[in-house]
Design a protein around this ligand. Structure first.
Ligand code: GTP
Ligand code: MG
Length: 295
């Protein structure tokens, strides 16, 4: 996984070798504003899974934003709590503002976790960028963490994040305003409801207090309910196909970005740039030529 994060080419052979062993884990995405309590919730969720003898791996893609200084330290402390438990594997990756780079290795890292044989793979992200939303699309069930007291909470949440939610967890429900957030989410959901599709999954909305392990059983049950709904409405192969499609797209775009990266600053790159500057080439002609160069 370190090789993957560092973009080392050796990782590729390892990934190819372990790929046949993937396809067994259940993927759960945990997305929400910085500081909404995702890691605390993940920790509480892991404890619940362990009580049920389920093994869990977790990858936290941490933006290390100014909002959440010390988050990594907090994650380390939580990591230590599970350190002696072979049934738990936690990886916290700081992006240091370079979200693109690390979220690119995440799809590969979760494959490693899947191949390691964990029952559940949790993916924690703040869901700020399209990259992250693309990643949580790999998940079977997506939990979006909301909190009271953000003002226009719902309006402020990126539309893409709201759309991926299978379950809304209103965390920090010990604080004022949790019921209002629940009401707002339910109102929003009722407006979205497609009346003609009785079989559609209606996202669950529940309250949690992650720091006190409150609301975790209902959260676990909601995940199970969504899993059951998926199983009733889509074959295993169809679900796998959907994930694989997303995975292959991510692999292609990652590879594409890497190749563009290697092209930047080369003489070919510079000469086309100069030609566009001189207006002897259009940006599209330069792109065509560079595209050929990339492949
Ligand atoms: N009052 C209250 N505080 C909570 C609750 N859950 C988490 N917190 C606190 O919120 C702060 C942030 O928690 P984290 O779990 O690190 O939040 P996060 O969403 O993982 O943060 P980032 O990864 O930095 O985006 C910590 O101080 C937690 O103790 C809760 O249910 N109630
Ligand atoms: Mg966190």
């Amino acid at each position: 996984m370190r090789w993957l994060d560092d973009g080392r080419p050796e990782a590729r052979a390892e990934l190819d070798a372990l790929y046949p062993h993937t396809g067994n884990a259940y993927f759960i995405g945990i997305t929400g504003h910085p500081g909404s309590g995702k890691s605390t919730l993940v920790d509480a969720f892991i404890r619940l899974c362990r009580e049920r003898d389920l093994t869990v791996a977790c990858i936290a893609v941490d933006p290390s934003s100014p909002f959440s200084g010390g988050a990594i330290l907090g994650d380390r402390v939580r990591m230590n709590r599970h350190a002696l438990d072979d049934g738990v594997f936690i990886r916290s990756v700081a992006t240091r503002g370079n979200l693109g780079g690390l979220s690119r290795s995440t799809p590969a890292s979760v494959q490693v976790m899947d191949a390691m044989g964990f029952d559940i793979v949790l993916i924690e992200t703040v869901g700020v960028g399209q990259d992250e939303i693309d990643i949580v699309r790999l998940a079977d069930t997506n939990v979006v963490v909301m909190v009271p007291g953000l003002g226009d909470d719902i309006q402020a949440t990126k539309a893409g994040v709201m759309e991926i939610a299978d379950i809304f967890a209103v965390n920090k429900s010990d604080l004022d305003g949790a019921d209002r957030v629940v009401r707002e989410i339910k109102t929003m959901l009722s407006m979205n409801e497609s009346a003609d599709d009785e079989d559609a999954w209606i996202p669950s909305v529940l309250k949690t207090v992650a720091t006190h392990q409150e609301g975790l059983e209902p959260l676990f049950e909601a995940v199970e309910a969504h899993r059951d709904w998926l199983q009733a409405h889509r074959s295993d192969r169809d679900r796998d196909r959907q994930r694989i499609e997303q995975l292959v797209r991510l692999v292609i775009s990652g590879e594409f970005d890497a190749r563009i990266g290697r092209l930047l600053g080369t003489d070919t790159w510079k000469s086309h740039l100069e030609a566009v500057l001189d207006r002897t080439e259009t940006p599209y002609e330069a792109a065509d030529a560079l595209f050929d160069e990339i492949f």
